[in-house]
Structures are given as structure tokens and as C-alpha cells.
Design a protein around this ligand. Structure first.
Ligand code: ADP
Ligand code: MG
Length: 688
């Protein structure tokens, strides 16, 4: 009804897309036919009726039934008035959250295609550091973390008519917090509706939590999947996975293969090895979170005729993205999972066994279009006895400093009374509160300070946010911005296998700074800028141009937040001799809780206060072992490594973070004795 007469005339009686006033293309109708065959379409009316008469709905359905792509479109049809997107002009939105950024981006593009509109216009997405929406946007896919950020600025989520919490079964930290938050918001906003969507399992928990909300089940169309276990445990799951793929290709009838591995490096390695063995008899596609956008779409391209497609993926493909045509699944039984130990404050990503529930989801991917097979690279006994039944919710496996900061900013004063679906351990909450007090984000009473207020606006971990906020005091905010940006993007160094590896290592060494990796990253950033981001320069120096571009983009966004708080953007004189010292001190001002001290007797580093033995990561550029170092990350593998490490001086601990290095609460040991000397040397009286 709102299409201008002129546009109407031009379309010659063709059906008009109400969202952009253009005639539908042929492709639209082609996809529409496919969409209509998805299981959720059979229940469209039932869903809309239930939505009409309830504020909250829980929708459970098998992966691939059309929840993520179709339900938000149904919702949109139901709630849109007669205005087109232009008239709506940012007034209201339907939002759909995803735990993973790749899923948010990929699904948004797909839905834009399905609705025959351009991505970023009527259909958009927001993920950290990337906002692809406009004032015309009526349906927005976003990471759960981004909706949480929006709630900090707009606690009642005024702009949303309906919120769809998707992949609720994943129980990510942000989704869990949104659950608690939305429960409050729904009470104050009777006009807001919530749709909770989940793959099978855990539904009972959601039902109890959303007291009284109706449950709608979308029956899956799963074909039987034959499960095959290994007779003996596999020693090397990567090698076993590759061997299994080759065997499937040689002995099984046509059908694509999905292999679950744990991360980018492992996946790229496996892809190369599979291509090495099977050559162009197969099409091998990787899938992981840092995959370039253009490559992501390749996952969905149908395989070339007579060629088997082999998708090698992280657990993104477990429930977040559905790839059609998979008949065989190879499941080594591992995934990278976050773990947290509150007693030593170590949060780490660790390759660990998946749960039985995950294994079942993975197997299910083989039976979407026809009967399939799942090859589990572990024994049946191990499945029954060693795997836990469910994956623990992330909130029970995380450092909660950021969570506590977010909730405090959201006005939740009493964390103990917050309606968590699974309340975190009191010890973890206490540790988080303590850390925030050390960072001066909270005062002793737990109230948000001015610094804490600022910190909560940065989409960064609290330590990095603190470092940025204080960096003008060290006269190096320019440099700290660059370092922060570099730390926020994927690894900028390319390290190919084989012959080129040596050249890559040599190129990398050219950027090396004698005082550590943070400064090396700064060197790379500066060199990249000096060469105007030239792609040849990147290629010749084994620098990942994509990572550098996103670092530039992240840096711009951080500058905007700095300016908002009038934080000065400044640098020390490069020739002053203090240039690097100031930067290292600023690093310490944020990361003083991530310091390690060299124990002279053993020759090993011990983390300050927690006394964990750690080793410099092999990628570290330091050619000696300084007495004190600061680190960005704690990596748990066969040994405990600290990665991205920079040399700092002991005296600075006493200067920059005396409250943390207060001797009264410092465990006895060599580190304490050294600190005692440092306090004495400063002439400052030793704090008791
Ligand atoms: P669910 O959320 O229930 O797991 P989805 O809505 O994600 O289901 O998927 C429904 C269908 O849409 C699947 O058949 C899937 O293969 C297809 N699909 C999703 N994204 C794309 C894409 N980018 N390209 C092609 N097909 C896609
Ligand atoms: Mg989905």
C-alpha cells in the first residue's frame, strides 16, 4: 500500500517486494520453493498463533529444520505494520541472537537473499567491531554479546519488538545473561516478545526457567544414522580423521563428508593433507570462525558433479550452520573449550573431550537428507564411561570479570540475587569482584566508578580497557591503541608449512623487538602503515593483510570511544628513550595481574601471586629471560605457556600497581622477597 505510484507503474503488474519496493527476482521464487519444504513451514500458522497469545515461546527443533533462517522472517511478517522499511526508519526491529559471529553473518546474508533485499539494508547484522545495518534495517542478526552491549545503553531494549534468542542450548555466557536480563525487561515491557530457540535437549531447563511459556516442537526429519566406533582408542585423532576420510572416499557410496576438528590451524593442516592424498577427486572446504567472509559462502556451494565435498569444521557445524548433502560424519570427539580455574584466575581454551549430547548432535548431521554414517574415533566404552552427558554452561567455565562489570553497568546491584539459570560459583564471582576493585572499576562497596563506567563502554576485556584509559597518562595512547587493535584480531603472522616456513620466520624476525612481543606487534602495525597497507608488501613479509585491515578498523572504533570520554590521543617523542618504556609501563597498568617472575633456582617463570609454573611460548620473540615479564594470554597445552610476552622492570610493579603488589596479601616465596627489596629501594615504606 505504501509503494509510490511511479514505482508501481514500472513494475508492470509484477509482485512487489514490500520491503524495498522492487519486483521480486526469479531467484526469490526458486528459494521460496525450497524454504517451503523446511519443517518449520508446516507449523507456521501454529507458531504465529502461539506468538500472538504469549509473550514468550520456546521452540525446539532439529538442526536444519529452518529455525534460524525462517522463524525471524515469520515474526517479521507478523509484527510489521503497513509501513515499508523506509518509513520505519530505525523505529523498531526484530533481533535474532547467535552465539557465533560467523553464524550471524552467514545467516544474515542468506536471509537477505531469501527476502530478495541487499544485506546491510533491510536485513543486517552486528558483530563485535562490525555493524552492517542501516536505518532501513528491520531484522537484525547479531551475536548475543552485541545485544548485551546494546542493553547497556538501552536497558529496556526499546527498539525491539521481538527478540529471538537462538541456539539457547549452547548456553553461552552472553545468552545466559540475556535470559536473566530479558526476564526483567519482559515484565516492564508487555509489548515485547521473546522467542527462545534451541536444538533438541535441555528444553526442560528452559521450560522451568521461563515459567509457563509454551513449548513448540518442530519434528525433525532425521534419517537413521549408523554409529561406528573404533575398536581401540586412537593415539592421534588428526591422523585418524584423515585416514577415515580417505577410507570413506574409497569405500563408501557418494555423499559429502563432515569432519569435526578443533581449530583453524588443525583444520588448514587437515585440508592440505586430504588434498595431498585425494587430489581433485574431492572438494575440500574449511570452516572456522576467522575464515574470510568470501570463503564462508563456499561451504554452501554444491559440490562439483562427481566430486565428493569434504567439509572440515570446528563445532560451528554442530548446530549453528547446516550444510546440506552431508551423509558421513567423522567425529574425533574433541573441541576447543573454555575452562576457568578461579583459584589461579587462569582462563584458557583447551582441546577437551566433547559431551555425549554434542556427539549426538554431530552424528545427527549425517542424517539430514538420507540415511548416513557417523564414524566416532573413540571406543563405545569411552563414549559411555568417559564423556560427560552435557557440556557445562559457559558461565561455569569463565572468568566473570567482564560479566560482573556488564551486570553492574546494567544496574544489577546484587549479583547473588540475579536470576541466573545456573548460578556461577561464589568463588568465581568473588574473584571477579576483587579483580574489578584492583582495576579500579568498582569501589570497595562494589559501586561502578568513573573508570569502571568508561571501561564498560569498551568492547574489550577489562584489563585492556583499563590499559587504554590510562594510556594518556603514560603519553602513549596512540601506541596502546595500535597494540590493543593488534591483540584483538587474528594472528597477523602467516607461517606456511614446508619450504616457505624458513622465509616466513626470517620475515617475522625482522619485526622482532628485543623487549617483547607487544612491541613486535607495534612494529608490524607501523610498518604496515608506512607501506600504506600495500598487499605486495604484506605478501612479501608473510603478513596477513586481512588481519591488518581489521586491526585498522578496530583501532578506528577504539579511537571513537576514547574521544567520547575526551581521552587524549598522544605519543612520546620516538627519540626520547622513554618511548618504549612508557608503552611498557602502560601495558603493565592494565595487565598487572598477568605478570610472571623468573625463579632463579629452577630457571622457570612463576606467575605472580598464584605461583603457577609457566614457560615462554615458542612464538615469543625474546632472546633472553628477563626477570619480570607481562603476558597477554595463558595457553594450556601439554605445558603451561604464556603467549605474547613483554619484558617489564620490577620497580614498575611498585610504582604502577602498588595496591596489587601489596605485601600484606602476597604469598611467601622468592617473588615476595624480591618485591620487599624493591619497596625498600623505592624508599617507600613497605605497605603492611
Ligand atoms: P536451523 O536453524 O533449524 O538449524 P537453518 O534455518 O539454519 O536451520 O537452515 C535451514 C536451511 O537453510 C538448511 O537447509 C540450510 O542448509 C539452508 N541454509 C542456511 N544458510 C544457507 C546459505 N548461506 N546458503 C545456502 N543454504 C543455506
Ligand atoms: Mg539454527
Amino acid at each position: 500500500p505504501s509503494i509510490p505510484a511511479k514505482k508501481k507503474a514500472k513494475t508492470n503488474g509484477m509482485v512487489i517486494n514490500k520491503w524495498n519496493g522492487k519486483a521480486y527476482t526469479r531467484r526469490y521464487y526458486e528459494i521460496l520453493e525450497k524454504r517451503k519444504s523446511l519443517p518449520v513451514w508446516a507449523q507456521k500458522e501454529e507458531f504465529l498463533q502461539t506468538l500472538k497469545s504469549n509473550q514468550t515461546i520456546i521452540l525446539v527443533g532439529e538442526t536444519g529444520s529452518g529455525k534460524t533462517t525462517q522463524i525471524p522472517q515469520f515474526v517479521l511478517d507478523a509484527v510489521h505494520g503497513h509501513e515499508d522499511a523506509e518509513k520505519n526508519n530505525g523505529k523498531w526491529l526484530v533481533g535474532c541472537t547467535q552465539p557465533r559471529r560467523v553464524a550471524a553473518m552467514s545467516v544474515a546474508s542468506r536471509v537477505a537473499e531469501e527476502m530478495d533485499v541487499s544485506i546491510g539494508e533491510e536485513i543486517g547484522y552486528t558483530v563485535r567491531f562490525e555493524d552492517c545495518t542501516s536505518s532501513r534495517t528491520v531484522l537484525k542478526y547479531m551475536t548475543d554479546g552485541m545485544l548485551l552491549r546494546e542493553a547497556m545503553a538501552d536497558p529496556i531494549l526499546r527498539r525491539y519488538k521481538v527478540i529471538v534468542l537462538d541456539e539457547a542450548h549452547e548456553r553461552t555466557l552472553a545468552t545466559d545473561l540475556l535470559f536473566g536480563l530479558l526476564k526483567r525487561v519482559l515484565k516492564n515491557r508487555p509489548d515485547l516478545k521473546l522467542v527462545v530457540m534451541s536444538a533438541t535437549l535441555e528444553a526442560k531447563k528452559f521450560l522451568e526457567y521461563c515459567n509457563g511459556a509454551p513449548l513448540m516442537k518442530v519434528p525433525g526429519r532425521l534419517h537413521p544414522v549408523e554409529i561406528l566406533y573404533t575398536q581401540e582408542p586412537e593415539r592421534d585423532y588428526l591422523e585418524a580423521a584423515i585416514r577415515t576420510v580417505v577410507q570413506i572416499h574409497m569405500f563408501e557410496p557418494p555423499g559429502d563428508v563432515l569432519v569435526f576438528l578443533t581449530g583453524e590451524e588443525e583444520i588448514e593442516d587437515a585440508c592440505r593433507k586430504i588434498v595431498g592424498k585425494l587430489g581433485d577427486q574431492v572438494t575440500v572446504v574449511p570452516l572456522y570462525s576467522t575464515l574470510p567472509t568470501a570463503m564462508q559462502q563456499k561451504i554452501f556451494d554444491p559440490a562439483v558433479e562427481n566430486r565428493r565435498k569434504i567439509v572440515v569444521s570446528t563445532n560451528i557445524a554442530e548446530t549453528s550452520l547446516t550444510i546440506d548433502g552431508i551423509v558421513y560424519v567423522v567425529d574425533p570427539g574433541f573441541a576447543k573449550q573454555k575452562i576457568y580455574n578461579p583459584s589461579n584466575r587462569v582462563e584458557s581454551l583447551l582441546v577437551s573431550p566433547i559431551s555425549q549430547a554434542s556427539a549426538q548432535q554431530r552424528a545427527g548431521r549425517a542424517g539430514r537428507t538420507q540415511p548416513g554414517k557417523c564414524f566416532r574415533l573413540y571406543t563405545e566404552k569411552s563414549f559411555n564411561n568417559d564423556l560427560q552427558s552435557q557440556t557445562y554452561p559457559e558461565i561455569l567455565r569463565s572468568n566473570l570479570a567482564n560479566t560482573v562489570l556488564t551486570l553492574t553497568k546494567l544496574g544489577v546491584d546484587n549479583l547473588v540475587c540475579f536470576d541466573f539459570m545456573d548460578p556461577p560459583a561464589p568463588q568465581t564471582l568473588a574473584r571477579a569482584l576483587n579483580d574489578l576493585v584492583y582495576l579500579e572499576a568498582l569501589d570497595e562497596e562494589g559501586n561502578l566508578t568513573r573508570i569502571g563506567e568508561m571501561m564498560s563502554e569498551f568492547p574489550l576485556d577489562p584489563q585492556m580497557a583499563k590499559m587504554l584509559i590510562v594510556s594518556p597518562q603514560f603519553n602513549c595512547s596512540n601506541e596502546i591503541l595500535s597494540v590493543s587493535a593488534m591483540l584483538s584480531v587474528p594472528n597477523c603472522f602467516i607461517r606456511p608449512r614446508g619450504e616457505a616456513q624458513k622465509s616466513a620466520d626470517e620475515a617475522r624476525a625482522m619485526f622482532g623487538h628485543i623487549d617483547g612481543d607487544h612491541l613486535t606487534l607495534l612494529n608490524v602495525y607501523h610498518a604496515y602503515k608506512q607501506n600504506n597497507g600495500d598487499s605486495n608488501w604484506c605478501y612479501e613479509n608473510f603478513i596477513n593483510q586481512r588481519a591488518m585491515k581489521s586491526a585498522d578498523n578496530v583501532r578506528e572504533q577504539l579511537i571513537r570511544i576514547m574521544s567520547k570520554f575526551n581521552l587524549k590521543i598522544c605519543s612520546s617523542d620516538f627519540n626520547s628513550g622513554n618511548y618504549y618504556i612508557n608503552i611498557r609501563k602502560a601495558l603493565l597498568a592494565g595487565y598487572f595481574m598477568q605478570v610472571a617472575h623468573l625463579d632463579r633456582t629452577s630457571g622457570h617463570y612463576l606467575t605472580a601471586k598464584d605461583n603457577q609454573e609457566v614457560h615462554l611460548h615458542p612464538s615469543c620473540c625474546l632472546d633472553h629471560k628477563p626477570e619480570w615479564v607481562i603476558y597477554n594470554e595463558y595457553v594450556l597445552t601439554s605445558r603451561n605457556f604464556i603467549r605474547t610476552v613483554t619484558y617489564i622492570r620490577g620497580e614498575w610493579l611498585v610504582d604502577v600497581a602498588p595496591h596489587y603488589y601489596h605485601l600484606s596479601n602476597f604469598p611467601d616465596g622468592e617473588t615476595k622477597r624480591v618485591l620487599e627489596k624493591l619497596f625498600k629501594k623505592r624508599g617507600s615504606h613497605i605497605p603492611k
